[in-house]
Structure formats: C-alpha cells, structure tokens
Design a protein around this ligand. Structure first.
Ligand code: PMV
Length: 332
C-alpha cells in the first residue's frame, strides 16, 4: 500500500441531453461529460479536522471523529458543503477502522463549473473529492469512487438517479438507466452544443420533490409523459448513431415540451429556448433539474460560431460552447 500526503483528482461536469426527472423513476436518460471540470487537492493533516475550501466562495471546518448532522447549528457554508464532508468522513472512517487514527484532511476545491446551474457541479465535486481523499491511502477503482460519491449525493436528494455521479466518474456519452450499467453511445456526428445559463440558481432537491408531488397527484398523466420521454430517448440514440442532427434537435424540443408539461420549466428558460430556435439551433431544452439552471442548444457545426456571436451581440453574459469529453474521473 502506498502512502502519500497530498493527492489530486478531477472530474467533469455534464449536460443531460434527454430524460432528466423521468430517469429518477426508471426511464432512460442520455447525458455527456463536458470540458468543464472540478479539481480537488486533498492534504493529510495532524489536526483531526476536515477543512474544506472551495473557490465557489465556501470555507468550512468539521470534526473528523463523528459525522455531525447538518442543521441550524451549521453555517451556510457548512450546510452547502455537507455532502462533500460526509463523503470525506466516510472514506476516512475506513482507515480509522484499520489504524485506529482519526485522520484530518484539508480539501481544496477549484471548479470551473457554475454552481446550481444543472451541470452536475455537486456530483463532480463529490466524485473528485472521494477520488482525491482515497488516493491519500491507495489508488481507488472507479466503481468504488462512484458508489461512495453516490452515497454522498443521496444525502442531498435521497432519490438521486445516480446519473450525475455516473457520468462524472466514467465520462463519455451514455445511455443511462438507474441502478444498471450504463451503455456508451457513439455519435456519428460531433455534437455542437451551447449552454446558456438563466442565472437563476436551482435546488435539485426541491425540483425533484416537486416532481414527486406531481407524480403522486397525477399518476396517469405522469406515466404517459414518462412513456413518451422513454420513446424520445430511444429515438435519440438512433439519431446519434446515424448522425442526424436535425432529428436530434427535434427530439430535444419534444423532450422539452414533456418537461414543460411536468412543470419544471419557467418563463426564463422558455425565453432562452425561443431565442435559440429563432437563431439557428436545431433543438434546445432545459438541462438538469430546471426551475432555473441552464438550457442546452444543439447546432450544426457550421452554425455554432455565428450562434455564439449572436448571443454576444444580444448582450447575454452567461453562455459557453461545450464539447462532449470522454474523460471522467482523473487521478493525478
Ligand atoms: O440539475 P442537476 O444537475 O442536479 O440534475 C438533476 C437531474 C435529475 O434528473 C433532475 C435528478 C436525478 O437524480 O437524475
């Protein structure tokens, strides 16, 4: 077993191209890791404290001895970073059981993923943190990192489909069904995507709980939407395999309508989508939990640059082209 004092890991953000929310109830989703990442440095200390510092403006300190439950006694930073703390505590506990020592660590998170924007920043932070902390003791398997990071994510919303942690750990473009192995999709055409951020931060937990209530109150409507979402997702795989960008865009629009019917879109998202479709996008939809967050637009390769220029001219500030990247968790 190798023992190092400092370890680093990084993990990617994601775009959900099809199937968000429905994936929580067993329907498929399509998602891809993107070229925005979070990097985590873990340093072993003698202090028996877990200190977490994030460049998203949070700094928090916790005990490494017992896992204190979040609540009003915690600061905003302590509550926000709680899942990351829980993940670190969980990894350290294994080693306490081996050598009887309460290890302390300093975690430094540097992220270029916008927070609360539906791009999986929290899952990527959990994945990279688990990867870095475990590497202080020995190099972990990806499967192991995935299951520990998912455990931490499920503290935020217990029904998490696991899709975000999965794509952030393994990377690529995948067809995902909850609690099963994902399948890689090979797209014949490169996907030219642009993400536009509404600027409204959302809470995945409350969006997921909103959908749960909707489903409880409208079971047959929900089932109908879910069946249609499944069909859209399956057709999207064929469109990707044959490189049919026009068809893929139409399917994204169709998926957005289903999310609108589910009640997770809003005026800001719908206005951005209208702008995208009026300015050359072949399709556009909300991505992630909705209620704010981001929109993802699909463009033909030739149209992407002029579309981005139009966004600049219109005065939009928060947007960026994304590429699907094949890199998941990387341990340095
Ligand atoms: O907005 P995000 O990045 O937290 O994405 C959530 C995706 C959901 O399908 C709404 C929830 C889930 O567990 O898959």
């Amino acid at each position: 077993m190798t023992c190092v004092k400092i370890a680093r890991a990084s993990a990617p953000a994601k775009v959900m191209l099809f199937g968000e929310h429905f994936v929580v109830y067993g329907c498929p989703a399509i998602l891809g890791s993107i070229d925005k990442r979070v990097s985590v440095t873990a340093k072993q200390t003698e202090s028996e404290k877990i200190n977490i510092n994030s460049n998203m403006g949070f700094l928090a300190s916790y005990s490494s001895e017992s896992l204190d439950k979040p609540g009003p006694q915690f600061s905003e930073a302590q509550n926000t970073l709680y899942p990351i703390y829980a993940a670190v505590h969980d990894v350290l506990k294994d080693h306490f059981e081996v050598d009887g020592r309460h290890h302390g660590v300093e975690i430094d998170i540097k992220s270029d993923i916008p927070w609360g924007a539906g791009l999986g920043s929290s899952a990527a932070s959990c994945v990279a943190t688990v990867g870095a902390v475990k590497s202080l003791f020995l190099k972990p398997e990806k499967e192991w990192v995935y299951s520990r990071a998912l455990g931490a994510e499920r503290i935020i919303h217990e029904n998490s489909s696991g899709a975000d942690c999965n794509i952030s750990t393994f990377g690529g473009l995948i067809y995902y069904i909850k609690d099963t192995r994902n399948k890689k999709i090979s797209s014949k055409a490169e996907l030219s995507l642009v993400v536009l951020i509404t600027g409204i931060k959302h809470s995945t937990r409350s969006q997921v709980s909103f959908v749960k209530n909707f489903r409880n109150q409208n079971r047959s409507l929900f089932n109908d939407l879910a069946n249609r979402a499944t069909r859209v997702c399956d057709k999207a795989v064929s469109a990707m395999r044959s490189g049919d960008i026009i068809k893929l865009g139409e399917l994204m629009n169709e998926n957005h309508m289903l999310l609108k019917d589910l009640g997770v879109s809003n005026d800001e998202i719908n206005d951005l989508i209208r702008f995208c479709l009026d300015n050359g996008a072949t399709g556009a939809k909300l991505t992630g939990a909705g209620g704010g967050g981001s929109v993802v637009a699909l463009l033909s390769n030739e149209n992407q640059a002029s579309f981005v220029r139009k966004l600049g001219k219109k005065g939009f500030r928060q947007y960026f082209p994304v590429r699907i990247s094949s890199y998941g968790l990387l341990i340095e």
